[in-house]
Design a protein around this ligand. Sequence first.
Ligand code: GAL
Ligand code: MG
Length: 977
Amino acid sequence: MQFSESMLADPRVFALGCLPAHSSHRFCFGSGESCELSLNGTWGFRWAPRPDADFTPWTTIRVPGHIQLQGGPSYPFGTPQYVNKQYPWDGHEHIHPGQIPQRWNPTGEYRRTFVLPEGWQRCRIRFEGADSALALWCNGSFAGYSESSFDTAEFDLTELVHGGENELVARVYRFSSGSWIEDQDFWRMSGLFRPVTLFTTPDAHLADIRVQTTLGADGSAAVQADCRLENAQNASALRLTLDGRTWQLPAGETVCVKAAIASPRLWSAEAPNLYPLCVELLDADGGVIERSDLDIGVREFGIHGGVMTLNGRRIVFKGVDRHEWSAEHGRAVTYEETEWDILNLKRHNVNAIRTSHYPNRTFLYDLCDRYGLYVIDEVNLETHGSWEKRNIIQPDEYTLPNGRPEWRDAVLARAEAMYQRDKNHACVLIWSCGNESFGGETLKAMHDYLHAVDPGRVVHYEGVAHDRRFNDTSDIESQMYPSAAAVREFLAEHRDKPMILCEYGHSMGNSCGALEEYTELAWQEPLYQGGFLWEYMDHALWKQLPDGRRVLVYGGDFGEAPHDGEFCVDGLVTGDRRNSAKMQAVRGVYQDFAMEVDKDGIRLHNRTLFTNLDRYDLTIALTCNGEVRRTVTLHQSLAPGERCPLPLPFALPEADGLWTVDAAVSLREDTSWAKAGFVIARGQGIFDRRAAADSVPADEALFADCDFNYGVTDGDFGFMINRNSGRLISLRRGGVELLAGPAELNFWRAPTCNDDGAAMPFHFAKWAQAGRYAQADKVERVRGGIRVHYLLATEAREGVEALWKFDNAGRCTVTLTWEGDTVEVPEFGLLLPLNVGLDRVSILGLGPEETMPDRERGALFGRWDYPVGKDEDIYMVPQENGARTGVVEASVSGDGMPALRLSTPGSMVFSAGHWTPNELENARHFWQLPPVTRTIVRCAAGVRGAGGDDSWGALPLAPYRYTLHRGDSFTLTLWVE
Ligand code: GAL
Ligand code: MG
């Protein structure tokens, strides 16, 4: 076996000396003694900018870990580089598929020693992930070579090791021909980023096991275990134990055990029932040579009657796309981080994960088996930049893999590695042939391979949506980012395959508008079986600023070129694992019980596949102005898939107030992922029965009509409006001023990432300063108030009238009236700069987390208290944030200060943060915002929705694009208490 670094550029060389891929079952000696020795930890390390350059002096490095995240703030081993479609070397060296950059192919050399544990007859080594290629030497002899960053590589070292100290040297190359088929949209980094383990195998060894279950008509399950043994001659029998029974067969190179479970509890995400399965290899005396363990689930999945079914029921995927990520460790994720994600997803009603875009650490599948999440397992394959260039789909002779023979084996080996390792996981329902790799013969061959080896699963490939030459490459129709309307249209014509969206709802920044358009479609159109939100987590990384602060950064922040900026921070959860308000919406649209509440009752829909509602508590509460008046808890039966109307358990009062009826489904018992009492579904009806407030117009004696200002005061409270600018310039009580500057008309909210992608700033630029630079052309006293007429700083000079009315109790009610033509605006309302000590908010409106007009699902009307600026660093690019919709009352208060109270007869969009929209949009990062000196309150009649079908052109849906018509008005009452 020969290796030379020139092979790095040969796509036909991707594995030298690699052991065959196999199932990821656990095994140990018959005695229970471990067969493994972890080689994680500190390794010796040196680095060179390319394999033939001078290496740095030896230092150390942590395994698992990325090379580029180690070595300290000067990045001595190169920096991470974030690119999406373009290949990382684009603009540096013009090369063609297979070739690798000549000037820049950073190479890390790892070195460590080990002493063979006593009694090991054989010695092997397992690398679970080496990005992008690994060459290994043991005691100076070449041991093997492997590409495919996310697939396991195992080498046999038995012939190379000796007693005493042994030395391993691994070279890890940042680029290899394999990099051409790893063009995933993510941070490009290299190194041994997954565990390295030395292991032995007992005298006889279960090298591979494939377990298949089939449900019988009588409810029993046939369980077939196909076992492949190594050194079978050293064993006499194989004993399989399952569900309290054992089956014993003579040992052989292959052993097929036909076991059974009499009446199995089936596996599903709703009830993840697992059965431990144990295989022992026995010697002639019945002694156990080796013991292997895995957990199996009994379930039946496939396309039946034209739709995907699980255990006989039509399935709906409520999914997310998930990359392995950690702001701390990059893709070298820990078990704890992964389990946190799984619990977080379960608690937000997510039932499925697509392992975009590569096989994950094996513990992910263990966790999904155990907690109950469906998985689309994806082959480590993406060639995006080889066929979509500068946003135009243009395949050419370099497009990969297509039918190119020299790439075929490398590509197919990746499917085999995934299948072999993960085949026994109940959670894996669908195999995905990779992401965005165009179409062609090789992908079709991959599909056929996966079907041949595994008839029990469905094969998915989205790429056929771009290249229909081999449409059968995918068993199901899968698309990315069409609007819900486009899905409807597609399915109206194409009824031959069930459909999912393997990516939808691009969750970048302030996004996730109108997700219900998609999620409801799954209950209207049987062929639409759900989707996977892009994406679960921001790929943000920690970085130290020159002043010592540690901050979260995105593409470009390491000075790398080229880069694709903020497109890597498009998650529902921040890189340091904080849920954004988008998760509130996810929880709302993905809930298993839909409940629509109106005055006639509650319409319930059980959207589970297998779980009756009576397993849970159904609590119905009556609230008035945010306070609970009554609660009733029911045990209501409702079978899976069924709907039923339920009358309200109490009469709805007619009395003055804002009444709600809140329905909540909660866990009656603890589960593995949440405690009893945890609410899994909510519904709410809002009944606005507020009587119009009667207010006595202020005595004329309270007015101070002076030369420069109009004042209204009783000596304790005070308002002042400037007669030039027509602006409110003072708002006080007891001598304390609340305003930090004049109130402004406001038509602007800081553009979101989605707005940027849709050129919203281009189309709406004039609204950015329209209110801020408005001029008053008339300021006059009227009975009980002051009327101001403004001309906006727009070319059309649209007019807005503000009528300020005051009462004797110190309340002021302003009504803003739009005098222009019908026009779409980002926002319409008032901006109040307040003094900074006002730092607490209480609202009666939708919450608790931020909402947008098109993102109210999952929010509840109620009284919510939170600090000013809560979560304002949650979007990595500063943008519109912190709004609460459906607000009828708000107060902003601070220690030792009077509070500003606000109310509206209708409802408003309210926000209280630290920066104006203009300030927000001027920063690229949170830490670049000016120092906090004010509290900025915005009260608006309406605001443009978040949108988010995609972030490259999609607009918020029409009903959520706020439009003004002549005569539209907004009324707000303010007072200081
Ligand atoms: C898809 C792709 C993802 C990601 C996303 C945009 O086209 O599959 O990997 O790039 O778009 O964020
Ligand atoms: Mg891509």
